[in-house]
Ligand binder design. Structure first.
Ligand SMILES: [Fe+2]
Length: 385
């Protein structure tokens, strides 16, 4: 038996209005001059207005500061610039609000705030001093990536133009605030796409062959919550209960994928870097094809996913359980408008070689439920094209 490590340490405050407790939480963490990290889109939302009220409008640029220029796929500057602002203003904590990008940038900015000259490209070669990092508070405004409970930060490096995953336990937030009131403004299309990311995290982490029974349990409950809540949040953005369940499901998906992910994410990552596709949409468009591919080689793989979806597949053959589950997921995604083809989103056949090359280089497929080859990835792209 191999030795494995389990840890689920992040303190999370959940519920409508939870963000209003932020001042007390900051005081408890000893933060007096926070830097808020976000992106330009979030800075224009009602969620950001609520945060501004909570922190005190009059204190902006005096007691608390804002960096709101994080790119959709964060680059090194999105870490370096808030770090420089943090030092210039004498800040002592970071609050990141938004989707995965501001959360990832905010997490990593604390390392550079301590050592501005630290080369992010050398993250794994050069030992960093992780002691004494400023406290980090994560406030997601989407329910998808689950970056708020993750210990990694995905940054596109200047030198290679590829995404690097900075991974360290000290990147974890000291506090996560899951407040569904902050996600009500998310439009239906983004609600669906980000929710599909959470669903993919749950399904891929559950079926990944690593030994992690705690993650497995969390992943299956995450599937159940998405199936129940995502159609509701998609239809009615102000359904606070559904929004809350999706926030929890997204956090659960990310907790579960510390176990690892699979081929859907390897196919999805190049669709974002090469074709600019939204990450959740890219997952949604590839999920069913990968499930069919996996089930052919590992019959019965999706039986418990089907049970989590509420299907009557406890008995019956493996083939029937997989078939019903995959059909359910296909219909579920179709109900959210996520049943289109890659070509309908501008993906060109001539991009196929580059997509396959990058998907093959992506590490996620190495922990797929069944082994995949580069040819398999090509066939999967073609099936989704
Ligand atoms: Fe993802």
């Amino acid at each position: 038996m191999n030795l494995t490590t389990f840890s689920f340490p992040t303190r999370t405050r959940f519920g409508a209005g939870a963000v209003r407790e932020l001042p007390e939480a900051l005081a408890q963490l000893g933060v007096r001059r926070p830097l808020v990290v976000t992106d330009a889109g979030v800075a224009r939302t009602e969620a950001f207005q609520i945060l501004t009220q909570v922190l005190g409008e009059a204190g902006r640029d005096r007691d608390w500061f804002v960096f709101s220029e994080v790119h959709p796929n964060p680059i090194e500057d999105d870490v370096r610039r808030p770090a420089a602002l943090f030092r210039e203003k004498g800040c002592d904590g970071v609050i990141a609000i938004g989707g995965g990008s501001p959360l990832d940038a905010g997490k990593a900015a604390r390392l550079l705030a301590k050592r501005l000259e630290f080369p992010l490209a050398k993250f794994y070669e050069q030992p960093a001093d992780w002691t004494g990092l400023a406290p980090f508070i994560a406030i997601p405004t989407t329910a998808g990536t689950g970056s708020e409970v993750g210990r990694s930060s995905v940054i596109t490096l200047d030198s290679t133009q590829r995404k690097a995953v900075l991974f360290h336990a000290e990147l974890l937030a000291k506090l996560v605030i899951l407040d569904p009131e902050l996600t009500t403004g998310l439009p239906p299309k983004l609600t669906a796409a980000t929710g599909a990311d959470a669903l993919t995290h749950c399904i891929e982490s559950y079926t990944c062959p690593a030994f992690h029974p705690m993650c497995d349990g969390i992943a299956l409950e995450g599937v159940r919550l998405v199936v129940e809540a995502l159609p509701r949040a998609f239809r009615d953005g102000h359904d606070l209960e559904a929004r809350g369940k999706m926030l929890v499901a997204a956090a659960m998906g990310a907790v579960a994928f510390q176990k690892d992910l699979g081929a859907v994410h390897s196919l999805a990552h190049p669709l974002s870097t090469l074709c600019g596709m939204h990450h959740g949409l890219a997952n949604a468009l590839c999920l069913v094809a990968v499930m069919k591919f996996n089930a052919r080689q590992k019959p019965g793989l999706y039986r418990r996913v089907g049970i989590a979806c509420g299907l009557d597949v406890i008995k019956g053959s493996n083939g029937d359980a997989d078939g019903q589950t995959i059909e359910f997921i296909a219909q579920f995604l179709a109900g959210l408008g996520l049943n289109t083809k890659l070509r309908e989103h501008g993906v060109k056949q001539e991009q196929m070689e580059a997509l396959v090359t990058q998907a093959w280089e992506d590490p996620c497929h190495r922990t797929n439920a069944v082994p995949v080859t580069a040819e398999d990835l090509r066939a999967l792209y073609l099936e989704c094209w």
